[in-house]
Design a protein around this ligand. Structure first.
Ligand code: MG
Length: 379
């Protein structure tokens, strides 16, 4: 039995995680949950899973049939991360944004294993998280179709034999548009992803390809593979979730239908596979295509490699400028193509090289930069 703490429970990954847990009641027991602003959904989830500790965004007068420990806001997330009662605890981080970083740190320090959907944790603080994982001897498994596929392909293998990781990209909602055609595209068009049903932030990140850039950085930290050996490829069908090429020419791929619950289930029970009513993949008549993923067409991908090369706080700058820009786009302050301009300006600024890389600095720089960029455009 694994004891689960799930933060971001009412979001897209959160509700799908609960579905996986529901289908495997003998393997998992929910102990802690954090929920969003939708109190009706929050109540349904709490009454179904009966966690011992619950975190809400803010105070409310929700009536429950029992008395769990109730905590609130960012400090409440840290209380859930630090709550410790059982031997086999797993902290599932499904928060969106930089708010997800500190809870991961606290969960590691209370010796919970981590299943990570929050991208910012590794993008912004990869080196810090890696040394904490070593220090506290916990395991981190990724909740992302690409990294889950790579984990699948690497399990049982020697990393010295790896020639390269090949991360697939569906191309996002604007994959068939030229750069010229991207001028003036709307929020609704951007939010209409052809293959995956996801939250709005990540759907925009897919359209700009920043999401793939983040995944390259995460793969570097998750699997200890140098950036030169991490490549990306356009694969519109989202059937091949990623691949690993070995020195002898073998390419291993993990394939399946586009269902996020599959990588969630693997992260929860790695290295075992769970029972799941996922959509079966029919192999008969399956057509798979691969194309080059152009860095000229998708400059955000190249910005991610550039920021990774600079290292230190530049990864926090990459993430914060993107987080602010996507928020501005979703709230109608800027055009779609302004997102990449904002990011490029920030990662090209030499001033960030003077900031020392540590947890405190990446957190304060992130918060400050996100607010600063938002204010610049709101005025
Ligand atoms: Mg992904």
């Amino acid at each position: 039995m694994k004891y689960i703490y799930l933060v971001g429970a009412s979001g897209s990954i959160g509700t799908q995680t609960l579905d996986v847990i529901k289908q495997n009641p003998n393997d998992f027991k929910v102990v802690g949950l954090s929920l969003g602003r939708d109190l009706k959904l929050a109540k349904e989830i709490i009454e179904e899973f009966k966690p011992e500790i619950v975190c809400f965004r803010e105070k409310n007068d929700l009536k429950l049939s029992y008395n769990p420990i109730i905590v609130y806001g960012d400090s409440g997330l840290l209380e859930i991360a630090s709550y410790h009662k059982y031997d086999n605890e797993l902290f599932v981080n499904a928060l969106v944004g930089i708010a997800g970083l500190n809870p991961t740190v606290y969960a590691i320090k209370s010796r919970k294993n981590i299943a990570l959907a929050n991208k910012e944790t590794l993008v912004v603080a990869g080196d810090i998280i890696k040394s904490l994982i070593k220090e506290y001897n916990v395991m981190l498994t990724p909740i992302d179709s690409e990294h889950s596929a790579i984990l699948e392909c690497l399990t049982g293998e020697d990393k010295a034999d790896v020639k390269k990781l090949i991360i697939t990209a569906s191309g996002g909602s604007f994959r068939d548009k030229t750069r010229e055609q991207l001028k003036g595209v709307s929020k609704d068009q951007a939010l209409n992803h052809p293959n995956w049903k996801m939250g709005s932030k990540i759907t925009i990140d897919s359209a700009t390809m920043m999401n793939k850039g983040f995944e390259v950085i995460e793969a570097h930290y998750l699997f200890d593979i140098p950036y030169e050996k991490i490549s990306t490829i356009l694969h519109k069908e989202s059937i091949v979730h990623s691949m690993v090429e070995y020195n002898d020419g073998v390419i291993k791929a993990a394939i399946g239908s586009a269902d996020m619950r599959t990588p969630i289930a693997y992260a929860l029970r790695y290295p075992s596979h769970s029972k799941l009513n996922s959509k079966p993949l029919s192999l008969i008549g399956l057509n798979l295509s691969f194309e080059e993923l152009s860095h000229d067409r998708f400059p955000c991908l190249s910005y991610a490699y550039q920021a990774a090369k600079k290292g230190g706080c530049y990864l926090a700058v990459l993430n914060a400028s993107n987080e602010a820009a996507v928020w501005l786009f979703l709230n109608d302050y800027i055009e779609f193509l302004d997102i990449e301009k904002i990011i490029y300006d920030e990662i090209s600024n030499p001033k960030y090289s003077k900031i020392e890389y540590n947890l405190e600095n990446v957190l304060s720089l992130s918060t400050k930069l996100i607010n600063e960029i938002k204010e610049r455009y709101i005025k």
